[in-house]
Design a protein around this ligand. Structure first.
Ligand SMILES: [Mg+2]
Length: 228
């Protein structure tokens, strides 16, 4: 087993790419938005893609990156409405519900901790119905910092009372695992199969999984592996 569950009280889980298929987000920002942006501005799709790529890059590692209101203003498009047009692509990764049930059965605190904007969170929780599985849900927009900053993880403790030494973080971002590691979160798991359309590559720095069932004891051994 990669994880000894007896050493963990709290599980922090990222949303996009970690619990949900990032194909939705990649398709939305790299295909759907450029298509609508090109039509609105009467420019070729290729040109739209290039200029949007530069705009997106300029806001990397900031909260603007995931702020739907910011992008609605900046691009002159109704971004929440455009998300609804492709919401059929929102999907939960295989084995996620079973993993969340396993954590609940064993009394772990389960927190969804995401950079996603409140409007994205609402849409995705409505569509996937994952909300009730969590002890709580935290958006970085409420914390005021993105997970890409080490200070995020300290500020998070004001909302989530966790002991970094007894906490696991699951992420599809090595950057975010890196800031969590610097802060002192002990158990770090990289989700390499963040999108159903990519060929997964393991992290060179962190324990990597394709699916969360890899963190569950084989059936029938639960009682032996876990203290009550
Ligand atoms: Mg992610």
């Amino acid at each position: 087993m990669i994880i000894d569950w007896n050493h963990i009280d709290t599980v922090l889980l990222d949303m996009d790419g970690t619990l949900l298929d990032r194909h939705f987000d990649d398709h939305f920002w790299l295909e759907h938005v450029p298509k609508r942006y090109a039509v609105k501005n009467g420019i070729p799709l290729d040109t739209a893609k290039k200029s949007l790529c530069a705009l997106f890059r300029s806001q990397e590692r900031t909260l603007n990156w995931t702020d739907l209101d910011y992008w609605s203003d900046r691009l002159g498009l109704d971004i929440p409405l455009l998300k609804l047009e492709v919401e059929h692509l929102i999907a939960v990764h295989p084995g996620v519900v079973e993993f969340l049930l396993f954590l609940r059965q064993h009394g772990k605190q389960i927190w969804l901790v995401t950079n996603a904007h409140g409007k994205t969170l609402d849409l995705k929780m409505r569509k996937t119905r994952l909300g009730p599985y969590f002890t709580g849900i935290v958006s970085a927009h409420d914390i005021g910092l993105p997970k890409e900053e080490v200070a995020f993880w300290g500020k998070l403790q004001q909302t989530v009372p966790y002991d970094p030494a007894r906490t696991m973080l699951g992420e599809d971002s090595e950057t975010n695992l890196g800031t969590a590691e610097t802060f002192g979160i002990r158990h770090l798991i990289y989700v390499s199969r963040f999108s159903s359309t990519v060929h997964p590559l393991p992290s060179e720095r962190y324990a990597s999984i394709h699916y969360f069932h890899q963190l569950m004891p084989p059936q029938g051994t639960t009682a032996v592996c876990l203290e009550p």
